[in-house]
Design a protein around this ligand. Sequence first.
Ligand code: TYD
Ligand code: MG
Length: 463
Amino acid sequence: MAKEKTIYTCTECGGISPKWLGKCPSCSAWNTLIESVAESAAPGKNRYTSQFQALAKTAEVAVLADIDATDVQRTPTGQDELDRVLGGGIVEGAVVLIGGDPGIGKSTLLLQALDSLQRGGQSTLYVTGEESGAQVALRSRRLGLDASQVKVLAEIQLDKILATIDALQPDVAVIDSIQTVYSDQLTSAPGSVAQVRECAAHLTRCAKSSGTAIVLVGHVTKEGALAGPRVLEHMVDTVLYFEGETHSSFRLVRAIKNRFGAVNEIGVFAMTEKGLKGVSNPSAIFLSQHAEPVPGSCVMVTLEGTRPLLVEIQALVDSGGPSPRRLSVGLDRDRLAMLLAVLHRHAGVACMDQDVFVNAVGGVRISEPAADLAVLLAITSSLRGKPLPKGFFAFGEVGLAGEVRPAPRGQERLKEAAKLGFTVAVVPKANVPKKSHAKEFEGLTIHAVDRVEQAMEIVRGLG
Ligand code: TYD
Ligand code: MG
């Protein structure tokens, strides 16, 4: 078979060139040309018009209301936390991308999930390009999956993988990883953007036509460049990212995109001797165990997807040099600078000559503004060297005018904290539950505030 022609396409403007150039001839962007397969057009006819003509003959117009909209069938993977981020389970013909640092546990999780799917009567296929069959077997023994019936294929050539999927027609196939797969059609090395894109496109097409759900594993490179997985995000149905520090045993799986469920859901796992185990009460992880309250610590309730999560915010305020530092881990640094300005201007607490460090315990990343109030309270607590009372928590967004705004789903946050035994809260006025619901929050003293200075006042009164 003659080798198909390759061309070079600019990732910025889509311009093409027959050979590789450092600079795109169309838009003059540097280093944007990547290899792709040239699609051969049948001579004498425009392939797009012929395609449209074919479509026009077969396509039928239907009124939206008349189209059957039955909910998609989901097959639970047997890993509750994974099902949560997937939106209930794996969907027929869906393509899921799981990205994450090397060694974080992608292969482990997927092997466990495949095994429970297989035991649940689904046929599964695990394609490994990174490890040999023996290595996968070793891992499965370690995971206690001794009699696992999961089929394993050690292969990196795209055509062979596609042929195997075609022959076996599995319900679920895992490709571990997409960066090791290569297509003969392209000359670039496996793992290059061109190869990753081409292979993923073929696999996606295969999933849609065969109904096999395909899970692609993608590594995120050390420089944080998501070149590999990022180019795939628009192609696939669901994008999950595996997060967590390799030195801690907790792992978060976060849904970034999901055509079959909610985004920003998280699943929490703990890496144990015997693989990943779901953690059903994750709040416990993000609270550090202080026997007695310590200065500079304030608990807040954040929302991860639909799930309220208690997280401890820690602050350390220490005298700094001529240009004091403002550092935050797990929280936005610009927001920290803004909050310090609000604190000074509206509550009269100055940190101008102080280094300020803020950290969200447990390696979580909080992007919602509802953390503001807790950050400010942790900072003032550290500055004064006075701990917040036992069982205390706070949440609420702080505006530039010093106002405290409500956080979405305030009641759920309060309920979660009450459930975990917290007793004192400072929250935005609009988040205070109505009198009729007071019963559900028994044992919880709620202080409503609508200004930052008010919050400071209340906390001073409590301490
Ligand atoms: P792995 O799934 O190979 O990561 P990835 O596929 O994302 O690169 O995870 C490997 C790490 O997990 C490795 O450092 C060892 C650890 N591990 C355990 O702690 N317990 C286990 O049961 C297994 C299988 C792995
Ligand atoms: Mg792996």
